[in-house]
Design a protein around this ligand. Structure first.
Ligand code: NAD
Length: 427
């Protein structure tokens, strides 16, 4: 169970946020506490470990690379739309750990909640909007980027309205619930001449970037196969899970919500696009959670290189891992796409190693990626086209499961910015 589920929709105090390294709640600061030497990289807080053997205690703290933030007046202003669990527990607190981003506005249907959050994070009450007067954000020059964190079926409407208001957009995954909606969002970005980025946080996360780098640098030899599981139990007692089992709001079940990590992961790890998909769905009988959306979905993708990827998602069990098998070595990342505490293992016939990578706040990294793209007018790594590709493929996965026959992919897609960009700097 992730921290997101442990911390339900209650408001977090301004002094509290999730530590990038450990998921424990630590005191807020410009840099994570462990980077300042008071908290260990595994997230435990407290006094320095002076009571352990002198030899170990005398060792200097490893030097962490912490890039300083840019001047506050140059930071790019984010307006967060939807004050649900992910916004309150991960995104808004992470803005404090970013280098180039600042929180300047909020959009919520609950004024009281928004005022509390505004007070906690120093946002002006004049910069609180609701879903009806949302379009007034056009008059607020402090807002550069609108971050959409609403149920999936609302992503398209608010993205298009944000572009019409002249803003850039960060939109949560899945981009939308249909191909047509994705295309409308991309067209609206083009018309407004603004940037659209889909929040694929794993493509900015250092362990995932290191896995991509190792594969691209040939350290595993020729890649032969991959398996990827992304699953979590859904809990109808949790308000954030209620809309996830309603197809009209979620667009689908486990695949649209969490399985998308396995799909997107297979694609960025391999750096190529599937050409054939087969799939099977299994829903437990009599489980009220799965009358409208799927539970277990297992699918297989064949890639042009000959690689076969086996992927699994579900809403009735936990799993968060991928393994990539090469002719010389294999690697496993587990957890692979959780919020923190990733674990990388590399295996050859002779040995097993666990490369040490510095954990970083992936939410801050992705927000800064878009902020930097806005400041310098550079392309984003995960644009609308990347979100559209996953939506198209997910709909093909459903089609393959429904028909029971393999489907072939009859379109082409090429990344404008390769997934490995940034791997050298961030790993
Ligand atoms: P949530 O239910 O906690 O938050 C959704 C917010 O939307 C709530 O504040 C709710 O009040 C508001 N809302 C507005 N109109 C609504 C309507 N018609 N029905 C229901 N709610 C409505 O959900 P969440 O877990 O925060 O997820 C929000 C989005 O963030 C989803 O798209 C989800 O896929 C995404 N998400 C991404 C990650 C990630 O790791 N990138 C993690 C969790 C959620």
């Amino acid at each position: 169970m992730t921290q997101n589920h442990l911390l339900t929709s209650g408001l977090l105090s301004r002094r509290l946020f999730l530590g990038a390294a450990g998921g424990t709640i630590v005191a807020a600061a410009a840099a994570p506490a462990w980077a300042q030497g008071t908290t260990s990289p595994d997230g435990t807080t407290g006094e320095p470990l002076l009571d352990i053997a002198n030899e170990a205690a005398a060792r200097p703290m490893p030097k962490m690379e912490v890039e300083p933030p840019i001047e506050p007046e140059r930071r790019v202003g984010y307006c967060v739309v939807g004050l649900g669990q992910f916004a309150l527990n991960q995104i808004i607190p992470s803005i404090g750990e970013s280098r180039m981003s600042k929180l300047v506005a909020l959009v919520s249907g609950d004024r009281e909640k928004a005022e509390t959050v505004a007070e906690q994070y120093g946002v002006s009450t004049e910069a609180i909007y609701n879903y009806d007067n949302f379009d007034e954000i056009a008059e607020n020059d402090e807002i550069d980027i609108v971050y959409i964190i609403l149920p999936n079926s609302l992503h398209a409407e608010f993205t298009v309205r944000a572009f019409e208001a002249g803003k850039h957009v960060m939109c949560e995954k899945p981009m939308a619930v249909s191909v047509e909606e994705c295309e409308q969002m991309i067209a609206a970005a083009e018309t407004a001449n603004r940037k659209l980025m889909i929040a694929y946080r794993a493509q900015y996360e250092p362990f995932n970037l290191e896995a991509i780098r190792m594969i691209r640098d040939g350290e595993l030899g020729t890649i032969r196969s991959l398996d990827n599981v992304a699953a979590r139990p859904i809990d109808l007692e949790n308000p954030a899970d209620e809309w996830r089992v309603v197809k009209d709001l979620a667009g689908g079940g486990s695949l649209m919500d969490i399985g998308i990590y396995a799909l997107n992961g297979a694609r960025y790890l391999l750096g190529e696009e599937p050409v054939e998909i087969s799939a099977t769905i299994s829903n437990p009988e009599g489980d009220e959670r799965f009358t409208d959306v799927e539970d277990i979905l297992s699918w297989r993708m064949r890639f042009p290189s000959g690689v076969i990827a086996n992927c699994l998602t579900g809403y009735s069990f936990s799993g968060n891992r991928f393994s990539v098998y090469g002719s010389d070595a294999s690697l496993t990342l587990e957890p692979a796409t959780d919020y923190y505490k990733h674990g990388l293992r590399v295996m050859t016939e002779e040995e097993q190693t666990e490369p040490q990578i510095q954990e970083k706040n992936q939410f801050a990294l992705e927000m800064d990626h878009l902020a930097e793209a806005v400041l310098n007018d550079t392309p984003v790594k995960t644009p609308g086209e990347e979100g559209l590709q996953d939506v198209r493929l997910m709909l093909k996965i459903y089609e393959a499961a429904e028909t029971g026959a393999p489907v072939t992919i009859d379109w082409s897609y090429q990344r404008a910015v390769p997934a490995e960009q940034g791997a050298d700097q961030q790993a």
